[in-house]
Design a protein around this ligand. Structure first.
Ligand SMILES: NC(=O)c1ccc[n+]([C@@H]2O[C@H](COP(=O)([O-])OP(=O)(O)OC[C@H]3O[C@@H](n4cnc5c(N)ncnc54)[C@H](O)[C@@H]3O)[C@@H](O)[C@H]2O)c1
Ligand SMILES: [Zn+2]
Length: 352
């Protein structure tokens, strides 16, 4: 089993990565933590595939367990479902000595993490991410949130898990669309921090080739995120580099009401588009855009999305941006990100 330790003073935790780890959930928790009750939140799709494995392993260790299964999809990351979870957990008489598990993709991870952060002013929680995106990104770093009518992730907290259990075997049941959606973030990690990872992706042509080294891929990505989060837990500096390709991705997602494109598809386009601008402004070496473009196209991700809305306004409203200056994440080379400040109006000019 591969282990990564996230060193945040007073909030440190391990990320465990190994195939078939799901069946050992109970044991792993028993060894490190000592709850009486375990409240598991999942979605209906994941429940049908993996709910029993996790419950059986918890029950084998004698934990008093309750599982709540919510509808799958982004709509579930909302106040109404959160409110339902508060009631379900309280009727289970959960206390701060107990534990909450998020078993699912980023939707379940974010919602359940926010539940854990706020219920009784904080209950320990464990992430068991089941999508590629959740394994390499959302389960590590402690950002938890729900969506509100005014926008995505606008109500949330920083709340680190006590443990992250990653079983790459569960990725085999993902549809191609959701698998490649997560792969966009893997490509991003290679671009911002690990040239070797990027080149390894360049050498693969199919999902089955990627699956041969999926454990290593997930480990490498978690390690990159770990290092960034250790340096900037609360997202005030270094963590910005994780946003490579995300400025235009957020615009594209919003313009198509989060329906036409997945987050990863939007990020794929965003990475190509920002590199085009970087090269045009001579802020990035020539040729990187073409390599990113070839990569995203090879893995069924779009290199172009038509944008027609008021770009300046949308970008200005993005909570990651500060007023008239835009922090542009660019690459000084493949594997090395840098941040360049640019006036928002000048950036928008480049898009037209
Ligand atoms: N907290 C963070 O730092 C962070 C980072 C990135 C994204 N996010 C959030 O993550 C969310 C997206 O996460 P996601 O892409 O995992 O979406 P998701 O949780 O909706 O999962 C996508 C779909 O895959 C299904 N699924 C999950 N695991 C499966 C498996 N092993 N086999 C088959 N089907 C499976 C789910 O039921 C769902 O239908 C967004 O809400 C986004 O805001 C958070
Ligand atoms: Zn992202």
């Amino acid at each position: 089993m591969k282990t990564l330790r996230v060193n945040l003073i007073g909030r440190e935790y391990d990320i465990l990565i190994e195939k078939n780890l799901l069946a050992k959930t109970g044991e792993l928790i028993r060894k490190r933590l000592s709850p009486n009750k375990v409240f598991v939140v999942t979605d209906e799709t994941v429940d049908a595939l993996y709910g029993k494995t996790v419950l059986d392993s918890l029950c084998a260790q004698g934990f008093d367990t309750k599982l709540v299964s919510l509808p799958a999809g982004e709509e579930t990351k909302c106040l109404a479902e959160l409110s339902r979870l508060y009631s379900e957990a309280l009727s289970f008489s959960i206390t701060r000595k107990d534990m909450i598990i998020a078993l699912g993709g980023g939707v379940i991870g974010d919602l359940t993490g926010f539940l854990a952060a706020t219920l009784l002013r904080g209950i320990p929680f464990v992430q068991i991410p089941t999508t590629l995106l959740a394994q390499v990104d959302s389960s590590v770093g402690g950002k938890v949130a729900i969506d509100v009518p005014e926008g995505k992730n606008l109500v949330g907290a920083f709340y680190q898990p006590k443990l992250v259990i990653i079983d790459p075997e569960v990725l085999n049941t993902l549809s191609d669309r959701i698998f490649f959606d997560g792969l966009a973030e893997v490509i991003k990690y290679g671009l911002i921090a690990d040239k070797g990872l990027f080149e390894k992706l360049e050498a693969c042509d199919s999902r089955s080739e990627l699956s041969e080294w999926i454990d290593e891929m997930v480990y490498t990505c978690c390690d990159i995120k770990r290092a960034v989060v250790e340096e900037d837990e609360l997202d005030t500096g270094k963590r910005m580099i994780l946003n490579f390709g995300h400025t235009l991705a957020h615009v594209a997602e919003k313009e198509y009401q989060y329906k036409t494109y997945t987050h990863g598809q939007a990020v794929a386009f965003g990475m190509v588009a920002i590199s085009e601008i970087g090269e045009k402004l001579s802020l990035m070496p020539q040729g990187i855009r073409e390599r990113i473009r070839n990569m995203v196209l090879k893995f069924n991700l779009p290199d172009y999305i038509e944008l027609s809305g008021d770009l300046e306004k949308t970008i200005a409203l993005d909570k990651k941006n500060e007023g008239a200056q835009l922090n542009l994440v660019l690459l000084s080379e493949i594997g090395c990100a840098k941040v360049h400040k640019i006036p928002l109006c000048e950036f928008v000019k480049q898009l037209n």
